[in-house]
Design a protein. Sequence first.
Length: 158
Amino acid sequence: MDKFSYIKSSGTADDINKTISEFITDGNMILMYTNRFICCQQQEISDVEHLLEARVFNDTSEIKIMRGTIADNFYFRLIDDSKLDSEQYIDEVHYLDIDLDNKNTSGNNYVTTGGGYYSLPVADAERIKIRNYISFDEQNIAQISDFRVVKFLRKGEQ
């Protein structure tokens, strides 16, 4: 069974917003540009020209749009967990780098222990849930073949 659907082997900037809205609704986004990083609730991507990678996700699926350089076409990958058995993935939860003693850490805005700033689409986030997908090589040895962000977890949330 092919766990991951490469819904487009390549695409242009014009395809991005249409493709995202076709497969994901009410999600969050992690956008990596040539000059910045944005994490927000799902919305239309306006600066596609500088976009290198986008991960748009909700609790059940993720579409990943990526390219190596701004001169390349985009590749589109969709993972839909509703089509998988729970034995095909492993979840892990990681703590976010948050300086809890910094007065500027509040709501959706966070300060890292090293002094950097970032925002998340979730207020009072504490951890991030990552899903790792398992595949087996020719010798039947398990390996992590892909991963996705599932959700940001608030304090006390599982």
